[in-house]
Design a protein around this ligand. Structure first.
Ligand SMILES: [Zn+2]
Length: 291
């Protein structure tokens, strides 16, 4: 064989081998590709099945949420109906239990009778008293408001002391007699309500003073205590009964009556006094007297 022929055969054999290797490699690649494709297909299927499950769960969850919301709304409505009912009953109860005398306007012709006494009195802590050795009482429901007032005044560096609180019919009569002795009957009438005409018999009324002013109350209207009371007492439900130039009694800057925060706030806002209002309008505040 000529060398040229041998070279040709070797070349041909090489080409055949090359093609065979190529075909083999191609086949292998194709197989891998198919396997990857099949993996991918199965993954996609799993993903889609997961997605289906997720959608189902979401639907279930939404349905549950809806059911819960509907149930909750029903409960809330029921709750609020019960509360409304409770509050109506509460208001009626309070109104029925609230002594209407506590918001009554009094005059020389209409006042409490001698047997009237507040339902429940409580002693006032002696640290608030002008004369700590005396025993003074206040209506049970008013005590917290009174203490709040006194403590908040103290926080503002204002000294307010209590000179007088609840006075029974008998005590008022005795006091009146002593005023008559000291001042004569004419000025005693203007100075202190006749027994039975005094708001002190209610247990919700106080006379305030300071150490300097003392028990005669002279000059109390010039004190910081009086200014503070005018600006703040309504927040605790107290109002000045007998302001300057009232038609009932002389100006009593020391004499404050509890009428409830609602009514006191209304009076303060409208720059009115308790005795300016009609009794009918005042009675509208009886239910919220101790709120
Ligand atoms: Zn008084």
């Amino acid at each position: 064989m000529s060398p040229a022929r041998i070279a040709l055969i070797v070349l041909a054999a090489g080409m055949v081998l090359g093609v065979a290797v190529g075909v083999y490699a191609y086949t292998q690649q194709t197989k891998r590709l198919e396997s990857v494709q099949s993996d991918l297909a199965s993954s996609t299927q799993r993903a889609s099945s997961l997605q289906d499950s997720l959608a189902q769960v979401t639907t279930d969850r939404n349905a549950l949420q809806d059911a819960y919301t509907a149930e909750k709304n029903k409960n809330d409505m029921f709750d609020s109906q019960i509360k409304d009912l409770g509050s109506t009953v509460g208001k009626l109860n309070k109104l029925a239990q609230t002594d209407p005398q506590l918001l009554a306007k009094y005059s020389k012709v209409y006042f409490l009778n001698e047997n009237y006494a507040p339902i429940a009195l409580k002693p006032i802590d002696s640290k608030y008293l002008y004369e700590p050795s005396r025993k003074l009482d206040i209506h049970m429901e008013v005590q917290d408001n009174l203490y709040d007032l006194l403590e908040d005044a103290k926080d503002d560096d204002i000294e307010i002391l209590i000179a007088s609180a609840y006075r029974s019919f008998g005590a008022q009569a005795a006091l009146k007699a002593s005023y008559k002795v000291v001042y004569g009957s004419g000025s005693a009438n203007a100075f202190s309500a006749d027994q039975g005409y005094s708001e002190h018999q209610l247990g919700t009324t106080l006379d305030f003073t300071t150490k300097t002013v003392g028990g005669t109350f002279s000059g109390f209207d010039k004190t910081e205590a009086y200014t503070w009371l005018n600006e703040n007492a309504y927040k605790y439900g107290f109002v000045l009964s007998y302001p300057k130039s009232n038609t009932y009694y002389q100006f009593e800057p020391w004499h404050w009556r509890f009428v409830g925060v609602d009514l006191a706030t209304k009076l303060h806002r409208d720059d009115q006094y308790f005795y300016d209002l009609d009794q009918r309008e005042i009675n509208g505040y009886l239910g919220s007297l101790f709120d």
